[in-house]
Design a protein around this ligand. Structure first.
Ligand code: HAM
Length: 423
């Protein structure tokens, strides 16, 4: 049997990658407008980074990491997300010494050993932004506005933004205790995962999908009723700023994210129509992460969005305003003479040097088949090299849109195409 790609991974073919590139460009343009600069961190890191950063009790660390021991007996892990790596890089490269805040973005593959299904893959791609060194609610609102603007520019409709505050180490323990007290008497009625989470990470019980557990959690104590004054004020300010920006949102007191580093703001943007895995973006504030990794307390906030889910959303809403790659000129040859082939080869190089997208026949095809290929490529012009014209130092240039044809000296073809084309 032939070898196939691993479960939960995708091949992106040229018809897809041309769209990826345009979406990446849109994201990079937004980063320039919002003042984010790119960081590229390793695809694998010390396992310890994710255990300390993402949290030892999370599903990601407990069940989903691609961890391996290398030949030097080190435990390494393919990154399941990029926030911990960005925080490590901020510390390791002493970016705390730069003017603050430091605003970084990244895009690339992440790896989680999850059960594959629509919208959930084992290798998937994230774009994310992180603001290190600002405790201001303005930073929270700025990144949410960034995400909202991105979806708007894509033309996506029907997105829902949910926000919550998950408190801080000062107020969270009160809520944790209240939640445990609420669940304790009925604990044996909860699913096995919730029973396990009860001791390790009770807040995550709120995220359980089981209808039985959800029912049992009806009227459970809400974190926003237990926030300390600082967290309360921060949360109201974020809401005020979102109101000022005209960004609609719902407060969801059950929104607890699957990573342990969050403090204060947590948010998700979702689109129901793409299926069970409807979160197209998630993030929040993580004021304790840098100190957990050994640095000075550094308030930070960020989000990441899933590229595959963006594509699913675009597809489901029939949005396809992406341009395909252009071919400005197709160089066809009348014969397979060495002189003809070399002239065509050199002409193609010269046109490309002048910035024109150009192709030449590489399969020794008949002239008819070459014309067909030029049509398939949707070329603007075909340049026909060879025969008597070549001995006169000229070639026929055919405009494929209106079928007009002109004999042009070889040395003028470049200018001719540039002047008559769109370029
Ligand atoms: P996350 O919610 O785990 O957060 O992932 C962010 C986004 O990545 C999700 O909303 C989803 O669109 C996409 N995603 C996650 N897992 C998969 C998967 N298995 N297949 C396809 N797409 C997926 C984080 O990763 C945090 N680092 C976000 C963050 C940045 N928080 C602060 N800064």
């Amino acid at each position: 049997m032939s070898v196939t790609r691993p479960r939960g991974t995708n091949d992106f073919l040229p018809e897809d990658t041309v769209k990826w590139q345009q979406i990446e460009k849109l994201l990079r343009d937004l980063c320039a407008e919002y003042g984010f600069q790119e960081i590229r961190t390793p695809i694998f890191e010390d396992t310890e980074l994710f255990v300390r950063g993402v949290g030892g009790t999370t599903d990601i660390v407990q069940k989903e990491m691609y961890t391996f021991t290398d030949q030097g007996d080190r435990s390494l892990t393919l990154r399941p997300e990029n926030t911990a790596s960005a925080a490590r890089a901020y510390l390791e490269n002493k970016m705390f010494g730069l003017a603050q805040p430091v605003k970084l973005y990244y895009m690339g593959p992440m790896f989680r050993y999850e059960r594959p299904q629509a919208g959930r893959f084992r290798q998937f791609h994230q774009f994310g932004i992180e603001v290190f060194g600002s405790s201001s609610p303005l930073a929270d609102a700025e990144i949410i506005a960034f995400a909202w603007e991105f979806y708007n520019r894509l033309g996506l409709k029907g997105l829902s933004l949910q926000i919550n505050s998950v408190g801080c180490p000062a107020c969270r323990p009160n809520h944790k205790e209240a939640l445990k007290d609420f669940c304790r008497d009925n604990l044996n009625k909860f699913c096995a995962t919730c029973q396990d989470r009860f001791e390790r990470n009770p807040l995550r019980m709120l995220d359980c999908k089981s209808p039985v557990c959800q029912e049992l959690l009806n009227n459970s104590p809400e974190i926003i009723d237990h926030l300390c004054p600082d967290c309360t004020q921060h949360f109201s300010k974020v809401q005020e700023l979102l109101d000022a920006a005209g960004i609609p949102y719902q407060i969801n007191p059950r929104l607890v994210r699957g990573l342990d580093y969050y403090t204060k703001t947590a948010f998700e943007i979702s689109l129901k129509e793409i299926g069970a895995q409807s979160a197209v973006c998630g993030g929040g504030r993580y004021d304790g992460l840098i100190s957990d990794l050994g640095g000075q307390p550094t308030p930070s906030v960020g989000f990441a969005l899933g590229m595959e889910r963006i594509f699913a959303a675009l597809k489901s809403q029939g949005i396809d305003h992406f341009c395909t790659q252009n071919t400005d000129a197709y160089i066809a040859v009348l014969d397979q003479n060495e002189k003809t082939l070399t002239t065509a080869f050199k002409l193609a190089l010269a046109l490309r040097q002048a910035g024109l997208a150009c192709e030449q026949d590489l399969l020794a095809r008949s002239l008819k088949a070459q014309f067909k290929q030029a049509d398939r490529l949707n070329a603007a012009y075909t340049v026909i090299v060879g025969g008597e014209e070549l001995s006169e130092g000229k070639a026929q240039v055919r405009n494929l849109a209106n079928s007009s044809q002109e004999l042009v000296p070889l040395e003028n073809i470049c200018n001719y195409l540039k002047e008559s084309g769109d370029k």
